[in-house]
Write a new protein. Structure first.
Length: 101
């Protein structure tokens, strides 16, 4: 397991309070007002013991020198990695100028 996946695994566990296992990678490209605001890999994790979700979507971005981790649960209306990215953008999880990863 790569250090990146290990860090995301730890972040998902810490953020959502349950064990998880990496289950896949999806490429997501998102545009806002005609400009690309995100182009990167989103990692999918299978969750164990979470009361609402069986999966989470996670990724990291750099805010200065420290990586920031985002983990979005697969609960309606979130059904896939693209939905997770759009929800994080809409929720202000990171500034648009940080999105091009």
């Amino acid at each position: 397991m790569s250090a990146y996946i290990q860090n995301l695994t730890e972040a998902v566990t810490a953020l959502h309070g349950c064990d998880c296992a990496h289950s896949g990678t999806s490429r997501v490209v998102e545009f806002y007002e005609g400009q690309k605001v995100f182009d990167g890999n989103i990692e999918t994790f299978t969750l164990s013991g979470h009361p609402e979700a069986s999966e989470a979507f996670a990724w990291a971005f750099h805010n200065g020198t420290e990586p920031q981790y985002i983990a979005v649960l697969k609960v309606p209306p979130i059904s896939d990695p693209s939905d997770a990215v759009r929800a994080a953008i809409a929720g202000g999880a990171f500034p648009i100028d940080q999105l091009n990863t």
